[in-house]
Design a protein around this ligand. Sequence first.
Ligand code: HEM
Length: 372
Amino acid sequence: MNAAIPAAEPIPLPAPVWLMKFLGDLTLTIHFIFLYLLIGGLVLSAVWNFIGRRFGDKEAVGASGVVMSRLPIVMTYVINFGVPPLLFVQVLYGQVIYTATILIGLWWMSVIFAIMGAYFAIYRCSYLASAGRGYWGWGVLALLFILYVGKVYSTAMALMLRPEDWAGMYARSDFGVYFPPADATRLPRYLYMMVLSVGYGGLLTSLYSAKGSLEEGVKRFLRVWGGRVGGVFLILGLFIGLWAWQQQPVEVRNGVWGVGIVPYAVVVWALGLLMGVVASIWISLTPASWGYGKAYLAGAASVMGAGGYVILRDMVRDVTLMLKGFDVWQRVVNPNWYVIGLFFVSLLVGVGLLVWLYFILRSARPSIEKYV
Ligand code: HEM
């Protein structure tokens, strides 16, 4: 074991490693999908609002308002689906993630304020959009906060894999004020997430054109530009993903290929991206007619692209840490099946309540529609 990695906590894991990993990867996939909607939505609505107001393009302004009005809710899902993977990653990889986040402590904690700033700016945009006023400046501000948060997360997740950097960082300052030293994997890793977010964000945004009450011109704008931006950025994301993979040390790449699930995850990831490109072209080129086929294809593409990537980055993490002497599969496990059972029962009840609430909302919609 690398001397910098602290000893495991004496308390054993309360559930098998595979179960925690499965739940962590599942919830992280959902976190990423909402992140795509948030980042892609912010970029598109800010740009469309700017263009629309600058050149008097009503369709661009209308489309940007449609997207922006949904972002406050999307943001709540980004945050709420960030919490579960954080809990799982802390339990499984506590020794490395706590060390990494403490070493960049100031930046790590500043994320709370950046998220609050982003929230404020997004609500401001949404208010200005509903009042028919321009808001692209607030949109750019929200985007800067969000890009900053993503950068800090990406840095922490990369630093937890580099115990060799920790002692030097601590010697330099124990106030958590410095970013880690250069690491070839960091930039492509971050860029991949941001660029792909615009890609899937564009694709998913084009689906808003299904809303029946929108003007035809706005629907067309959403379809054509959401689809075009989606297609271009998904292709870019594919290349940045390959670059990120190339930046991994050769022993990590060889080790990752040796893991049984990896070839399947690669196929799922690549198919997800290609299906996304096909859906983007399909949506942007077909006139007016709307079909569930496009929505299913776009939805499946996003889930596969996000899910495949989540598994791959998890395997890169495991192999990297294994090469440095930390094997998560060797953690002491003492499952408490009563507690695990209780967890699943409460999960089922929670999901059941959500479905029930959804149907109540749906049946109440006709009577509340005139107020919203
Ligand atoms: C708007 C705010 C947010 C943005 C822009 C954001 C962005 C990101 C990005 C870019 C990554 C990938 C990092 C990488 O692998 O390079 C990530 C991962 C992650 N995010 Fe978020 N995030 C946000 C909010 C949150 C919140 C509020 C939480 C938790 C409270 C959270 C928890 C996580 C966790 C735990 C991971 C990685 C999990 C793992 O490696 O297993 N995120 N996030």
